[in-house]
Design a protein. Sequence first.
Length: 676
Amino acid sequence: MLSVPEKILFLLLAAAAAYFGGVAFYRVYRAIARGKPENRFDRLPARLGRALWLVLTQQTVFKKRPWVSLLHAFVFFGFVFYLLVNFVDVLEGYFPLQTRGGWFWNGFNLVADVLTALILVGIAGLMLRRYVTRPKDFSWRENVPLHEQVRSGIPRDSGIVGAFITFHVGSRLLSKSSQAADVGPDPYQPVASAIGSLLGNLEGREIVFLEHLFWWFALGSILLFLPYFARSKHIHLFLAPLNIAFKKEKPGALLRVDFEEAEESGLGVARLEDFAWPRLLDAYSCIMCNRCQEVCPAYATGKALSPAAILISERYELNQILPGFAKGEPSPRALMDFALNDEAVWACTTCNACVEVCPVGNEQMLHIVDVRRERVMMQGEFPAQLSQAFRGMERNGNPWNMSPDKRMAWAEGLPFEVSTVEQNPEAEVLYWVGCAPSYDPRAQKTARAFAEILHESGVSWAVLGKREKCTGDAARRAGNEYLFTQLAEENVATLNAAMEAKPKTIVTTCPHCFHTIANEYKDFGGVYTVKHHSEYIAELIDAGRLQPLPVNGEVTYHDPCYLGRHNGVFAQPREVLKDVGLELTEPPRHGKDSFCCGAGGAQFWKEEEPGTERVSANRYRELKATGAGTIAVGCPFCMQMMNVETAQEPEGQAPQVLDLSELVLQGIRKGKEAAG
């Protein structure tokens, strides 16, 4: 137990630490609160409950790097319990508390002792990894833009945090070891008792002194670290659960921009204060693990973009300007001066891999889209190749800039008539064809195949025909929110009118159309039942309305980003392939871990940024290595990107690239032939 002067001294130090630590945390709060408003407080009890479950089970951490995640779990669970441990230790210092014997104290001591050992094992393993083995995920290529303090700051900050954890927990262990040497071993503190047995040669007063000293080391280190806590990576311990709680229900789906409000504050993001508050919370929640960088298709192919570098650079800039920024002073420089450059901004494919893999709920992709908005709508600075796509969407309703009169060209040559909603207002299904299947010769084959499938199923269906326009997905991902809003409002008005006679299920062969209509048109008054054609074909087969015969063969399936990661549709395309008798061989990266084709984020309409290889080349090489004779896709843009790669191959050596609907149609035709 502490002496009276020690008790007074500890209270004074605790008050000082609470004050300076509180000021630091309040500045962080004020900095985040400077962000623009964004409603993330709906369903608050459900949000908080889900976040608590994910954090306590460490599900998001164990998505990748299982052994590293296990070491992190040791430290995490130990520190959660240490909130109680430290409280009890303070009570022991102030009161003659008996903490041995009885079911409660025996259980408490056992858990505390084991977790103490696990924390030390975990932090030792993590520190060895960072400073000795030094894997690539702790580094960045020279072409990646970074805040000038990052390369030296991260090792320093990690060292301070690691040293604090080791010193604090180690001191607590030695305090309990000294106690075991003084009053005898405790079977419910096996680690402390084992170390205490090594102190048996010391005299009683020496052991008591050590117990006392290590008590001060353990709890005093907390008081010393607390003012630094808010500017360290350790702050994620408190902010990451909040970030997970306030994450979007549909990560990656963008929100409607209020242009009237934006007239005063500006469109998009040029400086830190232009972000919405969840983006600033991202920067402070980031644990700097670089998992997002590891899965980023742009970074993997040698480009200047690293999603991790963006958030880390923002965090270091915020820490550098925090006192003034928290008071409302403008940030001294633009994001493009310390966190991004033009190559990094335009290399993103918006594949959502960074968002999906992040263990603390960050939405790195949205930072990039926000910056693109400012570049496009405020500065008028964007890749020149996008001009034609923008102009085509604005004038003719499609990025190919072709006449709306040619929108039904895909249906020419079909052995049946394709009805529009005017001709068949009672149709059950509205087939949203999309721009690629309407205008691209290769994608038109997909549209015809799916139309034949609908015809064979006996479903009553129709199309919008010339009234259909581009959903605006590419415009929005490229930052042209004005153009997207124009197209969205026109399409929602058209769709709502088409639904007047009878509500319809909208089915599309394009995941980008699927994502936009299903998730983003809601903000414009368009609430619909939307399905990807793989989902709808699976339903038709299950209902017996389609009975394709096995076409046999080996196939590998490429998950489109906007169907898989963005919308969680993984099972149905695979069910369809199995229903037509194909043997599925998965590439190493598939499902949520699938690699992008390189077309998303408006990349299809511009030159790819310089790097070591094309994104599509990286993905195609992996798909080809499966040995399958067919690459199955569920997206017209994925098909085009894979065909770019097959065209580089010697004749007869490349696998064929087919849409799911084309494979199903082969089975249907085979069945019709068998029936005579």
